[in-house]
Design a protein around this ligand. Structure first.
Ligand code: ADP
Ligand code: MG
Length: 435
């Protein structure tokens, strides 16, 4: 949807007011064919399936429509009229630079996995800040990066509609630049990028197309930052790990604040599902929400997808959503999960990765302090999460069972004394279980 329910209601109010003030035949001829298609920035896109009456309506009643809109809406909108045949063109225009009105701070569920990113986004939405510029948000697919950026944009626009907010994927920017270069006209895009108060570039990892796009973006970045305009960037990984990006650009990404979004924990997943069910008026028992949350833990898009397909199934079959229905609908997912066994190898891989080491470091001979700690953590987790004997665990690490026992004891003691270590181990165990 390209407008909010409130905007839609206001548009209907506009049309109702016009109907009150026109005779029936005129209203039917000129206004009945009109439909609200989208609202974006200060533009309201109206489509009609009758190009002839559309033209005449504009000439005769355009100013009446505008003045009625001014009365009803709490901000100034400029109408743009199109025939239904032109919808593709509108979509293109919209997708190049629009905010999704459905993604707001209000409907962003905050949990441990995203609270830092959320707080940072709210901070820059409230006031652009030197120290958070750029704000760099990274995290896996479907974890809420695009949602947060839209939320910033919607917040800013709502508070001050005169603000200029641009949200684009880096791919769109790169493509438009390449197009501009081919037509020997990059000034239009340049002016557009530099004329903003907030520039939000989604999925920056796709910027890298050509040297020219990086160069252009580099200059835009500097220009905006010098002029105290806020820049927000999202990526599926931290700046360091985007190989195709030039060093000078990468280092600029690190000037501001870098925040990450992790996979949501169980409670957050339940909360997200609960909200989604509420938003879409889906009637779901709480135990079903928990069931989905327990079984779908890859990302939030998948979580929402499961609820949506469950809802579709219940409507098709004309039955309410129950545990049985959920179990049937999600059986594929659940089976896959049960078949995946937790092994020492898996644990070693995950622990090594989280400590920024190679798996071979944990099974090898080296005894440096950080490697020894990671190794002991991995041993401890093996004992907690597998049914294996300490001898079998030892084997996976190329060590005997006394080393495993000793390692597990060290971690148990360590966790009692050191809260950070406890958190770390708990987080790792969660990662192992959920991977
Ligand atoms: P990303 O850009 O990181 O791939 P999106 O922002 O597109 O992910 O999020 C995927 C879906 O999950 C969207 O429908 C979004 O609204 C929803 N979502 C993500 N995080 C949250 C959250 N914390 N609360 C509510 N919905 C969320
Ligand atoms: Mg995204």
């Amino acid at each position: 949807m390209n407008y909010t329910p409130e905007q839609k209601a206001k548009w209907e109010r506009v049309i109702a007011l016009i109907q009150e003030n026109l005779d029936g035949p005129s209203f039917n001829a000129w206004f009945r064919p009109l439909q609200l298609y989208a609202i974006s920035g200060d533009k309201i896109y109206i489509v009609s399936n009758n190009s002839f009456t559309l033209r005449h309506m504009q000439e005769r009643y355009g100013s009446m429509l505008i003045s009625t809109m001014d009365m009803v809406f709490d901000r100034k909108y400029n109408p743009e009229f199109h025939t239904v045949e032109e919808i593709a063109a509108i979509d293109e225009k919209l997708s190049a630079s629009t905010l999704n009105a459905n993604y707001t701070f209000d409907n962003f569920v905050v949990g441990d996995s995203n609270s830092f990113a959320y707080a940072a986004a709210v901070a820059v939405a409230e006031s652009p800040s030197e120290s958070y510029n750029p704000l760099f948000i990274y995290g896996g697919v479907g974890l809420g990066k695009t949602h947060l950026m839209n939320a910033v944009g919607n917040f800013v626009m709502k508070r001050d509609p005169s603000k200029n907010v641009l949200l684009m994927t880096s791919e769109t920017i790169a493509n438009q630049l390449i197009e501009g270069i081919a037509r020997k006209n990059t000034s239009e895009l340049r002016a557009r990028l530099r004329g903003v108060d907030y520039l939000m570039v989604d999925d920056i990892q796709f910027l890298a197309k050509t040297k020219a796009t990086q160069e252009e973006f580099f200059n835009t970045f500097n220009d905006l930052r010098e002029n105290h305009k806020q820049i927000i960037i999202s990526s599926d990984r931290p700046p360091k790990e985007i190989p195709e990006i030039e060093e000078r650009l990468r280092s600029r990404f690190e000037w501001g604040l870098i925040v990450d979004i992790q996979k949501p924990d169980f409670e957050t997943r339940v909360a997200i599902l609960k909200q989604k069910a509420l938003e879409d008026s889906i009637d779901v028992p709480y135990e079903v929400l928990e069931y989905i949350a327990r079984n779908v833990n890859t990302n939030i898009r998948a979580l929402e997808g499961s609820l949506t397909s469950l809802h579709a199934r219940s409507r098709l079959m004309g039955t309410p959503i129950t545990m049985d229905l959920a179990a049937a609908a999600l059986s594929g997912l659940v089976k896959e999960r049960q078949e995946r066994r937790v092994t020492c190898e898996l644990i070693i891989d995950i622990v090594a990765q989280r400590y920024g080491m190679q798996s071979a470091d944990l099974t090898g001979k080296r005894r440096s302090q950080d490697i020894a700690l990671a190794r002991q953590v991995a041993m401890y987790i093996c004992r907690e999460l597998t049914e294996l004997s300490t001898t079998a665990i030892g084997k996976a690490f190329g060590r005997d069972h006394t080393t495993v026992l000793h390692g597990c004891e060290k971690i148990e003691d360590g966790m009692d004394a050191d809260y950070a270590l406890r958190k770390k181990v708990e987080e790792l165990m969660r990662a192992v279980k959920e991977d």
